[in-house]
Design a protein around this ligand. Structure first.
Ligand code: NAP
Length: 283
């Protein structure tokens, strides 16, 4: 089986590559900067340099490939999913495992609308697919490191709403099963962590791990918007982050799925475990 991995320098794509290498596979990586992936993986992989917006480089990367792990991000992701599916089909690729989001099951939350359009385009292309649909990544909590280190306070408009963030390793493990077996072909895999926690509860878990009491402070939507704008985020990014925080506050994202256990035969990893692995970042 020949595998093409996109997003190999990113959060989940890199973990997928590591797992394939550990299985003795030699994946082909599609990257904007070949040197960046070469310096990371050496000669253990094949590399095609290209851009997900460029059909020529996609066609070159897909040649001889059976199954693709597809990571697209940002407002153009649906058009890029469509382009990738079209080129993949034309080149003889059989299956795409798309990194999507569980927010496709919500109304106008986060990147859910873009990913829903991307999924629809992949379905319509007629190529085989699996949609891996994670909840928010536990690693998003790394955005709190500066505030925790400098002030001991995390501020958010999520109030006491809860969300079951998922460990990036669980996402990658599920994606690799979807990529290397046919067990989940044609399916959506909505995946969450094991328990829904409020931001205040997560901050308290981090405080326990670093041995320092931390505060969680609720802010308004307007304050939240100003903070994201001050960081220079695009209007789209500000908008989708605010919609996620509102949905968390309203309790819309507190649901759990048993998909990780069904796919992997083990429980998803807890937030406490993720914090233990990353405690140095918060000290
Ligand atoms: N964060 C969350 O909580 C969350 C939750 C659910 C779903 N998701 C979804 O997960 C996906 C990954 O998000 P992420 O923030 O984790 O991404 P990420 O780690 O930043 O990875 C993005 C990857 O895509 C590559 N890339 C970007 N533009 C490209 C282009 N034009 N051509 C080729 N490669 C390109 C980047 O490579 P370079 O090295 O070239 O930049 C990088 O490897 C997104 O679709 C997001 O919506 C995220």
């Amino acid at each position: 089986m020949a595998y093409l991995i996109t997003g190999a320098t990113g959060n989940i794509g890199s973990l997928v590559v590591e797992r394939l290498l550990a299985m003795g596979e030699r994946p082909r990586l599609f990257a904007r900067d070949a040197n960046k992936v070469r310096s990371r993986y050496g000669q253990s992989v094949d590399v095609v340099e290209g851009d997900l917006a460029d059909s020529g480089s996609l066609a070159e990367a897909f040649r001889g490939i059976d199954r693709v792990f597809l990571v697209n991000a940002g407002p153009a992701l649906a058009a890029r999913d469509e382009l990738a599916a079209k080129e993949a089909r034309a080149t003889g690729v059989r299956h795409i495992v798309k990194l999507s989001t569980i927010d496709v099951h919500q109304q106008n939350v986060g990147t859910g609308v873009w990913h829903a359009q991307g999924e629809a385009a992949i379905r319509a292309s007629g190529i085989g697919y699996t949609f891996v649909q994670p909840s928010g990544f536990m690693s998003n909590a790394l955005a709190w490191t500066d505030a925790i280190k400098s002030q001991g306070v995390v501020r958010s408009s999520t109030a006491d709403g809860r969300i079951a963030l998922i460990h990036p390793h669980d996402i990658a493990d599920v994606a690799v099963v979807a990529l290397t077996t046919t067990r989940f072909d044609g399916l959506e895999l909505p995946i969450t962590g094991p328990e829904a926690l409020s931001y205040g509860q997560m901050v308290a878990i981090i405080g326990n791990a670093i041995g320092r009491p931390l505060m969680f402070q609720v802010i308004s939507d307007n304050e939240e918007r100003s903070r994201w704008e001050a960081r220079g985020e695009s209007p789209e990014s500000v908008g989708y982050h605010l919609s996620i925080f509102r949905a968390i506050r309203a309790g819309q994202l507190a649901g759990l799925t048993d998909t990780v256990t069904r796919v992997l035969g083990r429980e998803p990893i807890s937030f406490g475990q993720w914090v233990r692995e990353n405690v140095a970042a918060f000290r």
